[in-house]
Structure formats: structure tokens, C-alpha cells
Design a protein around this ligand. Structure first.
Ligand SMILES: CC(C)(COP(=O)(O)OP(=O)(O)OC[C@H]1O[C@@H](n2cnc3c(N)ncnc32)[C@H](O)[C@@H]1OP(=O)(O)O)[C@@H](O)C(=O)NCCC(=O)NCCS
Length: 219
């Protein structure tokens, strides 16, 4: 009599791989890069009720960033890059292409469209200057997604990630005319340093060191 072999039965039950993946699924199949900070992924709900994933940048996110950039108003582009650019500057793209989780801290906000595609709604990116224990950051929300709390939540994510890495201060240059950003920064307790020409403000925030238990230590 033939013996019952549970393993051969199991392999017969195993689901064959689907032959045709939707394009967006391929990103899910890519292995995560070495040292990807998975623990920093977080789902949030914005004021419209939409669920949004905040996560560190991964290889393959460049095209989503370029697609988002096409939906950013020219004035918002100017507020972010200080120039009316038609395309993302090469140094900004490089942050997405040569990912270094120690020197660049980038978080993106991803939503899901009605056709189940992922779309990028915002990004905050900081470059760490280890010898000064500072990080210089820039924040950009897709123009049709502003005013729903995304800017604040991406900033909170950045502040917490920088605190966990022991960074002492985060800073940025903001145009004096950029009242939405200055209002947000004021609410987040940044200090303002007005520059001599009056066109820009340097904003700075001293960070509390965050311990692994999540509690803050004074700077
Ligand atoms: C500035 C910016 C990041 C704000 O993002 P956002 O998602 O719209 O902001 P939030 O919804 O999180 O709002 C947070 C706070 O910002 C301020 N704010 C946002 N939009 C504002 C506006 N149109 N006018 C005044 N204050 C505004 C408010 O203080 C608000 O707090 P509240 O909700 O309690 O009123 C976004 O407008 C943007 O991407 N602008 C273009 C790029 C840019 O300026 N980058 C900064 C240079 S680094």
C-alpha cells in the first residue's frame, strides 16, 4: 500500500505564482535594502479621513516623486526650491537614487487611488551634517493635498527620526513670503533668524535626544 506523504500533498496545495502582476505589485516584491528602518513605517489618517502611509524612501520611489512633482503648483515649487523649476533638481533626485539611511533622512507620504495604485502625496527630506550634529531639511506637499495635516505629520516624523539618531538641531531656509510654512514652523516651536536681505528666514529647532524607550532627554 502507498504511504501517505503529507509534504507532497502540501506542495500540491501551494498556490502557483500569478503569471501577470499589476505593475505596482512589483515594488512589493523587491527586497528591502539593507538597514531599511522598517520600524519607522506608520499609517496615519489625514483630516479628509484618507489613510496614508508614511515611510522611509526605498529604491524605486523616484518615478512616484517625479509624478508628484508634476502636480505641484509653480509657486509651491518656488517656495521649496527657490526657483521656478520644471523638473526635480538632480541633487534632489540623487537623494532618492543613492539611498543612505545615515546621511539622508527622507520620508514620503503615500496614498492609494481609487484604482488601487499608490501615489505620492508629500515628502520631507533632510541631509545630515554629522560634524555639526545638524540636519538641513526641505518639505513639500502635493498642492492639491495641502491643508490636511500632512505637512505637520511629516515634520513630526522627521523630528522623531532625527531625535532617535542623536541629531542636535534641524534647520532650513524659508522664504519670508512663505507664510504657510512659517506658520507651521512657529507652531512647532522653531526659532526664527531673519537674514539681512529680508528675503529668507533661517529656522532652527533644538531636538531632545530620544532614547530607545521613546522618552526624551533634554539637549
Ligand atoms: C508649507 C506646507 C509644507 C504645509 O503643509 P500642509 O500639509 O499644507 O500643512 P498642514 O495641513 O499640516 O498645516 C499645518 C499648519 O500649517 C499652517 N498652514 C498650512 N497652510 C496654511 C495656509 N495656507 N496659510 C496659513 N497657514 C497655513 C497652519 O499653521 C497649519 O496649522 P492648523 O492646521 O492648525 O491651521 C505646504 O503648504 C507646502 O508644501 N508648501 C510648498 C512647499 C514649501 O513651502 N516648503 C517649505 C520650504 S522647505
Amino acid at each position: 500500500m502507498k504511504r501517505f506523504d503529507p509534504l507532497s500533498n502540501l506542495s500540491a496545495l501551494r498556490c502557483p505564482p500569478p503569471s501577470q502582476f499589476p505593475v505596482e505589485w512589483r515594488a512589493l516584491l523587491r527586497p528591502l535594502p539593507f538597514r531599511y528602518p522598517l520600524e519607522e513605517e506608520q499609517y496615519i489618517q489625514i483630516s479628509s479621513g484618507r489613510r496614508v502611509l508614511l515611510r522611509p524612501v526605498r529604491p524605486g520611489d523616484t518615478s512616484a516623486y517625479q509624478a508628484m512633482f508634476q502636480l505641484v503648483d509653480r509657486d509651491d515649487v518656488r517656495f521649496r526650491f527657490f526657483s521656478y523649476l520644471k523638473q526635480l533638481p538632480s541633487n534632489e533626485l540623487l537623494r532618492f537614487q543613492k539611498i543612505d539611511y545615515d546621511l539622508n533622512i527622507n520620508f514620503i507620504a503615500l496614498g492609494t487611488t481609487q484604482s488601487h495604485d499608490r501615489e505620492m502625496l508629500g515628502v520631507v527630506g533632510a541631509t545630515v551634517i554629522p560634524e555639526e550634529s545638524t540636519a538641513e531639511f526641505g518639505l513639500l506637499i502635493r498642492s492639491d493635498q495641502k491643508g490636511q495635516g500632512l505637512g505637520r505629520m511629516l515634520m513630526e516624523k522627521l523630528i522623531s527620526a532625527c531625535g532617535m539618531r542623536g541629531i542636535g538641531t534641524i534647520r532650513a531656509e524659508v522664504m519670508t513670503r512663505n507664510l504657510p510654512m512659517l506658520s507651521l514652523m512657529r507652531k512647532m516651536d522653531f526659532q526664527f533668524f531673519y537674514q539681512a536681505d529680508g528675503a529668507y528666514v533661517e529656522i532652527r529647532l533644538r531636538l531632545r535626544k530620544i532614547t530607545s524607550t521613546g522618552t526624551g532627554e533634554s539637549p
